[in-house]
Design a protein around this ligand. Structure first.
Ligand code: ATP
Ligand code: MG
Length: 725
């Protein structure tokens, strides 16, 4: 194709020369190494379209991996737009999603039952706890979460329980034992955790020549977004599938945005790619299209303090725009109040809420932020919080269904055997567990044996028989119905509603709504994505994968709250980064280790570069953190931003209170003592506090004070008996 023909292609419209080069390159391996907002994701999407339309690759010959389900959906729809036809059936997804798909298609070769179920991390923890109990390993000494961490880390490194040395450090030996027993429990129950999805599908290809060749033959081009955050097993998986002559591979990434080192991601994978793949062409994109000049200068200046960098240049031809606003709040409440009031103003100016994100380092920070958003009636949504498929009522219902479809699913059995309560207390359940362990059975089989052998009290025995019958009959009654009817019937059969109705009003109502929503999610579920599966099996798998994702669906215009980690790849016109304080960010656990500190700085870089137009960085002079009052100092990441592009928000010029520009005089008092915002005051009953706001004028002035006791009060200034300190 000639250069002029190329430039006519609609697929290449809106690409700069470097992007164009990456999209159309003919090399087998392309590495796009470029900074934030330079169009890497855009290049990936256009390259897919280019390969299909200009290289005549079948859409089914493409394997594209993105970081979240949401990104995958987005990519699919963008490919559809560019191609003008459906992309359903294409292999675009997350590593987990794609590995799952492969295992479903070849469950038997992967030595899994057809009905295998996915364990989300909650369920996984439950199984680990049970295993530890069986092994008499004290949780007080060996926390179950640590064991979970250990197991997942081994899997991410491609290691099975047999690969763990049985002598050596006690830590490794104990965890090796737990891992071994956990593997057995999963095998008996047909359960697969997230890390297992990848490891298992890697082993499937490694150990089955015909399958390996099939996929190597099928996928002519692999594309990976956010490559800097791939871990060992993901890299090995990609390498295996692409291990064929002429397989095309396009990876895009940014070493400065590698933020999952703590979870096993290996930044070195970028160098490995360069060395291990043939004919690698590296392309650098240097123009940033996302952010204003000021935001970009700030990001560049911060990341320049890291030493381990591949080195990139990033510029924009946008103006500097607004300076970055730095706001020092008195405490976390005041920080949240400030953010909420800014968002209100922004909304009143005609901007949608969804263009605005509040980012934080630690999940626990969201509570106070939520409180003030609610107060101001600002709708918000938390990414990565307790999402729909994580909610108890949804999980209960799905656990019933999982058990009906797979009696060996121990995690589901445990969840619902006594939910709603049916007189099977911890003792009876313990007995079932013991029996299962002693005889290497599933809980279901153990329960049957216990009934036969009459090992429970007659009453408990009757309950257990009733429970098993309910599951058996339930399946018979519903398995041929439509998905949503199966869900409705399950809720009825299991009598879940009666249980929830015992809770207080609001909560029960919310649960009811969620269950109705679950039925409608099933109605809308597209079974075509999994033609080889029973619809319910496909739906249950979908639910587990969604629960494990860090993204929320967007259906209402709302402000987006999320951790800095979940913000990767996204962009918002207005961004608040809250809690920019030493020990919180950089996190106290990372401050003394230079490598970890660099990862924190990369996280700061990710955060700053999410902002398109306006960025606020906030810190509090006092913060209640992890149950203690702390008096943090401002984060080094704020100090690293050049003075020319940042401005301190002055309270008196920024808060929309006329009274604020000049101190308030309390005319009703005999002395003309003056107060100002932010001033520390003392109240005879409530103690020390800080003035947050004034409302009204003259005698009717109301002062809003946050007291150290945690109480927040609105008091008539004239009668408040405050003393200035
Ligand atoms: P990140 O590192 O944060 O994932 P990225 O490199 O993947 O960022 P994109 O999300 O692809 O960047 O692009 C950033 C923004 O710039 C998007 O809004 C995109 O539409 C826009 N953009 C990218 N390239 C161009 C271009 N050539 N012309 C106009 N806009 C562009
Ligand atoms: Mg991107």
């Amino acid at each position: 194709m000639s250069a002029s023909e190329m430039s006519l292609s609609p697929i290449l419209k809106g690409l700069n020369p470097a992007q164009n080069e990456a999209v159309t390159a003919e090399n087998a391996a392309i590495l796009v190494l470029a900074g934030a907002g330079s169009g890497k994701t855009r290049v990936l999407v256009h390259r897919i379209a280019w390969l299909i339309t200009n290289q005549n690759l079948s859409p089914y010959a493409i394997l594209a991996v993105t970081f979240t389900n949401k990104a995958a959906k987005e990519m699919r729809s963008r490919v559809e737009t560019v191609l003008g036809r459906s992309a359903s059936g294409m292999w675009i997804g997350t590593f987990h999603g794609l590995a799952h798909r492969m295992l479903r298609a070849h469950a038997r070769d992967a030595e899994l039952p057809d009905t295998f179920q996915i364990l989300d991390s909650d369920d996984q923890l439950r199984v680990i706890k049970r295993v530890m109990k069986d092994l008499n390993i004290e949780e007080s000494q060996w926390p179950a979460r640590q064991a979970q961490w250990f197991i997942n880390q081994q899997k991410d490194d491609g290691k099975r329980a047999v690969d763990i040395p049985q002598n050596g450090e006690l830590f490794t030996v104990i965890h090796g034992k737990i891992y071994t027993q956990y593997e057995r429990a999963c095998k008996i129950g047909g359960l697969v955790d997230f890390a297992e999805l990848l490891l298992r599908s890697f082993e499937l290809l490694r150990d089955n020549q015909h399958l390996r060749e099939h996929y190597q033959e099928r996928f002519k081009h692999l594309l990976v977004d956010e490559f800097q955050d791939t871990n060992g097993i993901q890299y090995a998986w990609l390498r295996l599938i692409s291990d064929r002559q002429h397989c095309g591979v396009t990876i895009v990434g940014d070493d400065d945005q590698s933020i999952y080192g703590w979870r096993g991601a290996k930044i070195e994978n970028i160098q490995r790619f360069d060395q291990e793949f043939n004919d690698v062409k590296t392309i650098r994109l240097e123009q940033n299209y996302r952010s204003t000049g000021a935001i970009l200068k700030a990001a560049n200046a911060v990341i320049a303090n890291n030493s381990e960098r591949m080195g990139k240049n990033l510029w924009t031809d946008d103006n500097d725009g607004d300076a970055i606003s730095i706001y020092a709040a008195f405490n976390e409440q005041e920080e949240a109040r400030f953010i909420a009031s800014r968002i209100s103003e922004w909304f009143k100016e005609g901007n949608p809420y969804q263009d605005c994100a509040i980012l934080y380092r630690s999940n626990a920070q969201s509570r106070v932020l939520e409180e003030f958003l609610i107060q101001r009636q600002i709708p918000y949504r938390i990414y990565g919080g307790l999402k729909f498929f994580d909610r108890a009522e949804v999980k209960d219902t799905l656990a019933y269904l999982r058990l009906m479809y797979n009696k060996q699913d121990d995690a589901a059995f445990e969840r619902v055997v006594n939910t709603p309560t049916r007189g099977l207390g911890p003792k009876s359940v313990d007995l079932i567990r013991q029996k299962a362990r002693q005889n290497d059975m599933t809980l279901w089989q153990a329960a049957q044996a216990i009934i036969l052998e009459k090992q429970l009290t007659p009453k408990a025995c009757q309950s257990l028989t009733g429970f098993l019958g309910l599951i058996e009959n339930g399946y018979e009654q519903l398995h041929e119905l439509a998905l949503s009817q199966q869900i409705q019937l399950t809720i009825e059969i299991a009598d879940l509603m009666t249980m929830y109705e015992k809770e207080k009003g609001e909560k029960a109502l919310a649960r009811k709504e969620n269950l109705a929503e679950l039925a409608s999610a099933a109605r809308e579920f597209d079974v075509d994505d999994y033609p080889e599966l029973l619809p319910m099996t496909a739906f249950l798998a979908h639910a587990s994968l969604e629960a494990g994702d860090n993204q929320a669906e967007n259906y209402e215009d709302c402000v987006q709250l999320m951790t800095l980690h979940s913000a990767k790849g996204l962009e918002f016109p207005l961004v608040f980064m809250s809690g920019m304080e030493e020990k919180l960010f950089p996190h106290v656990m990372s401050m003394d280790d230079p490598d970890k500190l660099e990862e924190e700085r990369r996280l700061a870089y990710v955060g700053i570069t999410r902002a398109m137009k306006k960025l606020y960085l906030l810190y509090a002079e006092k913060r209640r953190l992890w149950g203690k009052d702390t008096y943090p100092s401002v984060s080094r990441f704020i100090r690293e931003i050049p003075a020319q592009v940042k401005e301190e928000v002055r309270l008196n010029s920024q808060i929309n209170q006329p009274v604020f520009s000049s101190p308030v005089s309390t005319s009703a008092e005999s002395d003309t003592r003056e107060y100002a915002l932010g001033q520390t005051v003392e109240h005879p009953k409530f103690g020390m506090g800080v003035i947050l706001n004034f409302e009204g004028e003259g005698d009717k002035t109301v002062v809003h004070v946050n007291f150290e006791s945690g109480e927040s009060k609105r008091l008539m200034l004239a009668y408040a008996r405050l003393t200035a300190c």
